[in-house]
Design a protein around this ligand. Structure first.
Ligand SMILES: Nc1nc2c(ncn2[C@@H]2O[C@H](COP(=O)(O)OP(=O)(O)OP(=O)(O)O)[C@@H](O)[C@H]2O)c(=O)[nH]1
Ligand SMILES: [Mg+2]
Length: 409
């Protein structure tokens, strides 16, 4: 199933001396066990994400166009041509590669989103077009400190006479830059070179020349073909290691979350109108989040609370709460079942939603109103997956069948 022989139980086909492949394959298997979300999807599909990064106008879009051999992305001399990240599918041997173009990093406002993409990629191409300025050195330093595999692409080399190019090269071979990036990871290209030509009338005009990116293509092909499993594994393990585990709230807080869950479960179960669920839900969940915020010592405005609720509840739709609702209904006996069983199923699912809102809300609040690295949706998805929903549903059902005070418990 795996490409390059990398798959379950196939690591033994590597010659023992082939350490890179052997370690890559081993890490790959480890990463498959722990990775979650979109990183896991890429890992399973052995699909690499390569992101270009660089300041405005360095030729990022031109470079990707030259690599794929088609004018996929808009380019131009004006400031900030690329406004949002866009991807194009490419392929290196058997490996699908997603090449992602990003807006220039000195474009105000886009920085966080671009960094999130770059730090989540298997490989970053940092595009420069001359000696790096201070901002570019900071960018490179952040990439290196994050342990991100980087290829430095020195673009627009048609603009440098050979002597100037030699000077540039010397700086990558000694000093600070050389300590950060190996010489073999600095590649010299001209993505959209221009030259001057004399017309029949004697006028000298600017003329587009063929791109010179073969060296980069060669480096990419070699790296991807030998290192794809290792690059995927490295990124997946790194991302996973940075993700905070699901936090267990203190007993009193857990009790508060549980009380809100059973309150909602009961309210929904005894209410015969389906649409009323939503109203009760929003009220109970919103109030719970505000109380949790007070306990965590964090300020949360009602608007923030409803945004948080919207985010968590929105993710639950795709996480099987909808299907567990259906399962709850069917487990109760199908369409002919007595109303009580149906209502109990509905109530338990509504209570489960509140429980998840409480646990995730608590995590978000005590972490200082952040989900950590990665997209909020993905983090919510991952944390919900870490909660035993079946057990919570069973407890809620039991509660609804025998609420405390009916003499049975
Ligand atoms: N001479 C020369 N010009 C180039 C080269 N590569 C790109 N350019 C020019 O540089 C300008 C910017 O190129 P883009 O590819 O749009 O740059 P970008 O980094 O995507 O820019 P933003 O999207 O605005 O951040 C364009 O006018 C290109 O024609 C090159 O190798 N040589
Ligand atoms: Mg661009």
């Amino acid at each position: 199933m795996g490409k390059k022989g990398v798959g379950m139980g196939q690591t033994g086909i590597y010659p023992v001396q082939d350490w890179v492949a052997l370690r890559g394959a081993w890490c790959y298997e480890q990463a498959r066990v722990v990775a979650t979300g979109s990183v896991r999807q890429r890992l399973e599909a052995q699909r690499l994400r390569v992101v270009v990064l660089g300041l405005v106008g360095r030729g990022k879009s031109s470079l990707l166009n030259a690599l794929v051999g088609e004018p996929v992305f808009a380019t131009g001399a004006v400031h900030g041509v690329t406004r949002g990240a866009q991807a194009v599918d490419w392929r290196v041997g058997e490996y699908p590669v997603e090449l992602v173009d990003t807006p220039g990093l000195d474009e105000v406002g886009e920085t966080a989103a671009v960094w999130e993409l770059a730090l989540g990629a298997e490989l970053v191409l940092l595009v420069l077009s001359g000696d790096p300025n201070r901002l570019e050195i900071n960018i490179l330093s952040r990439l290196v400190r994050s342990g991100k595999p980087v290829i430095v692409v020195m673009n627009k080399m048609d603009q440098y006479p050979p002597a100037a190019q030699a000077q540039l090269q010397a700086r990558w071979q000694s000093g600070k830059l050389a300590r950060w990036v190996a010489g073999t990871d600095v590649v010299w290209v001209a993505a959209q070179p221009t030259g001057w030509q004399k017309t029949a009338t004697g006028k000298v005009v600017r003329q587009s020349l063929a791109p010179q990116v073969e060296e980069l293509r060669r480096v990419l092909v070699t790296q991807v073909q030998t290192l794809a499993p290792a690059l995927l594994a490295l990124n997946a393990l790194h991302t996973t290691a940075q993700q905070p585990p699901l936090l267990a709230p203190p007993a009193q807080t857990e009790a508060l979350i549980w009380r809100a869950s059973t309150t909602k479960a009961l309210a929904v179960a005894v209410n015969p109108l389906l649409g009323v669920d939503l109203l009760i839900g929003a009220a109970v969940d919103g109030a719970l989040l505000l109380r949790l915020a007070r306990r965590a010592g964090v300020t949360l405005t009602p608007v923030e609370a409803s945004k948080l609720l919207y985010l968590i509840a929105g993710s639950l739709g795709g996480l099987g709460v909808g299907s567990s609702l259906l399962a709850g209904l069917l487990a109760g006996g199908g369409l002919w079942l007595p109303y009580l069983a149906l209502a109990t199923g509905r109530g338990a699912v509504a209570g489960l939603a509140t429980y998840l809102v409480g646990r995730l809300g608590w995590q978000y609040l005590v972490q200082g109103k952040t989900w950590g690295t990665g997209s909020a949706r993905e983090q919510v998805h991952r944390l919900v997956g870490a909660i035993d929903q079946g057990a919570v549903l069973a407890r809620l059902r039991q509660y609804l069948h025998h609420p405390p005070g009916d003499g049975i418990q």
